[in-house]
Write a protein that binds this ligand. Structure first.
Ligand code: ATP
Ligand code: MG
Length: 256
């Protein structure tokens, strides 16, 4: 691992000319085609773009879940794309919370055990983890589901359990892929409020969303198309942007 220098330390994330190609039956697919991204420590960034443009691929690489075909990924000043599976897993466990588009809950465990899992893996005190789990489930309207199996949940409930699991260790960086995709507007508002509160606590967030209302909670909205970042809009912190303004900015960025 390369030692972090002063400038790197201020960045939660940095990528350099990041590329990812998949091999599919129809031939190679360029999922990422040269992404240069910097996210400051404590910054809240939203990523928007059409289906298939590479958003999930980007999040997976940022969190060290997969390795790029070429380019660099730096997490908290450490280069992670050159690390092996276990090295990336260790960094991730310590610093990153992940909400997957497909939830990835453990089907044999209860809601409570799923949420507590990252805390257990990080060997934090059980009581502290249980306390944070209870707080998050209460906040997300899932307190009564704590002892249930996760296979009994609706899509929206499973999504909120996945968010609680990602936040249970209060990671410095949250990577969230469509965390409101299956929620009605009330549950979605609650998730956004939770994200804002988490961000106010100094944590960085990279959030993939199709919903301009959700994106308008961020400080910066990036537009992605065909594996590239094509535009960005900075949203004034004092004057929260309206969703229709975000939708307009993103359409400009995607060349539509
Ligand atoms: N494991 C894989 N093997 C082959 N191709 C893949 C694989 N994963 C993703 N792709 C392709 O890479 C491209 C980017 O996929 P990705 O999942 O990153 O898109 P996305 O922007 O997250 O889309 P969505 O909004 O639908 O979730 C797509 O063309 C997709 O078909
Ligand atoms: Mg996706």
């Amino acid at each position: 691992m390369t030692a972090p220098d002063e400038a790197e330390r201020e960045l939660a994330l940095r990528t350099v000319d990041l590329k990812k190609a998949y091999v599919s039956l129809a031939g190679p697919v360029k999922a990422l085609d040269g992404v240069d991204l910097e996210v400051s420590a404590g910054e809240f960034v939203a990523v928007m773009g059409p289906s298939g443009c590479g958003k999930s691929t980007l999040l997976h690489l940022l969190g060290g879940l997969d390795r790029p075909s070429s380019g660099e990924v730096w997490l908290n000043g450490s280069r992670i794309d050159t690390l092996g599976e276990s090295g990336r897993a260790m960094l991730r466990r310590r610093a990153v919370g992940f909400v997957f588009q497909s939830y990835n809950l453990v089907p044999s465990l209860t809601v409570a055990a799923n949420v507590e899992l990252p805390g257990v893996l990080a060997r934090r005190p059980r009581r502290q983890v249980a306390c944070r789990r209870a707080e998050l489930l209460e906040r997300l309207g899932l307190a009564t589901k704590s002892g249930r199996g996760v296979t009994e949940l609706s899509g929206g409930e499973a999504q909120r359990v996945a968010l609680a699991r990602a936040l249970v260790n209060d990671p410095a960086l949250l990577l969230a892929d469509e965390p409101t995709g299956n929620l009605d507007s009330r549950a979605s508002d609650e998730v956004v409020a939770l994200l804002k509160q988490f961000h106010a606590g100094g944590q960085a967030i990279v959030l993939v969303t199709h919903d301009p209302k959700v994106a308008s909670a961020a400080q910066r909205v990036l537009s992605m198309r065909d594996g590239r970042l094509v535009d960005e809009a900075r949203l004034d912190r004092g004057q929260r942007a309206r969703p229709q303004e975000v939708a307009g900015l993103v359409q400009l960025g995607s060349g539509a």
